[in-house]
Design a protein around this ligand. Sequence first.
Ligand code: ATP
Length: 289
Amino acid sequence: MKTPVILLQQVVKIFRDKRFRPVQALKGLTLEVEPGEVFGFLGPNGAGKSTTIKLLTGQIRPSGGRAQVFGLEVTNPLARARLGYLPENPAFYDFLTPREYLRLVGRIFSLSNGQLAQASNLVLEQLNLQAAADRPIRGFSKGMVQRLGLAQALLHDPELYILDEPMSGLDPVGRALVKQIILDLKKRGKTVFFSTHITSDVEMICDRFAILDKGELRALARVADIRNENSAEYLVETLAADGCERVEQCSGVGLSLRIESLLAAGYQLRSIVPSRRSLEDFFLDVIDR
Ligand SMILES: Nc1ncnc2c1ncn2[C@@H]1O[C@H](COP(=O)(O)OP(=O)(O)OP(=O)(O)O)[C@@H](O)[C@H]1O
C-alpha cells in the first residue's frame, strides 16, 4: 500500500480564548490524502480548515493525535522541504519586488542561482506577474498579492501543495488561472490539498473532498460519486395549450410513461434534462444535518 501524502489520525486541537477558556478547533479529525490527488477541504467559517493547514505545515502542534506528511512528522524539515504552502492571508516584505522575494524563498529551499533564475521566471509567467516582477510589492492589488503567494509556493517545484483558500480575493480571470495551474500540477503527478468555501471550484477540479464543520468531519467523498448520485432523475419542461410553462421532476423509471401521458393531455414537450444535485446542495444538506 502507498504511504498517504497526508495523514491525520484523531487530531485534536484546543486553543485558549482571551479568558483562557478552551476552544476545541479540531475534535478528532482523521483523514488521508493519496499521492496525485487534488483534494478539496470544504467547511463554513470557523470549521477548523486553517487550523488543520497550520498543523500540516508544522506551524502549530496538535493537542492530541497524529499528523504526518509523506510518512514523516510534520515538524520534520525533510517533510517541509517537499511541500509548497500558501497561507490564508499571504503577507510579504512589501519593500521587496516579487523577483527579490522569490530569490529569498529560493535560497531557503537551497536552489542554485541557475535554478532560481529559471524557476522564478517560470512562476512569474505562470501567475501573470512578469510585468510587475520588478515593482515593489507595496503597490500591489489584493489579487496580485494572492498570485505572488501562489508563485512562491510553486517556486521549488515540490510534490505537495497545501493551499489555504487559493482562489480568495481573485477576479474570475485569476480564479480560472489558479484552477488551471492546479489541474496542470495534477497532470504532473503532484498532490494538491486546498481549503475553500467555493463548492463549484471543488466540483470542477477535485478528485475527492471533505466537509469539516465545528472541528468534525461531516463528509468525505469522491466528486464523481456526488455528480452521479441522483442522475437517474430528469427535469421535464412542457408547454400547455394555454401557453403555461411547467417544469417537473421525474424519475428515469417513470419517464416514458409520464411523457406519454403529458402528450396525451395536450402538452408540448420543450426539454428533458438530467437533473443533477450540485455539490453546493450536498454541502448545505450536510451542514444542516
Ligand atoms: N489562535 C487561536 N486562538 C484561539 N482560537 C482560535 C485560534 N485559531 C483559531 N481559533 C478558533 O478555532 C476555530 C477554527 O478556526 P479556523 O481558523 O481553523 O477556521 P476556518 O475553517 O479556517 O475558518 P474560515 O473559513 O473563516 O477561515 C474557530 O472557532 C477559531 O475562532
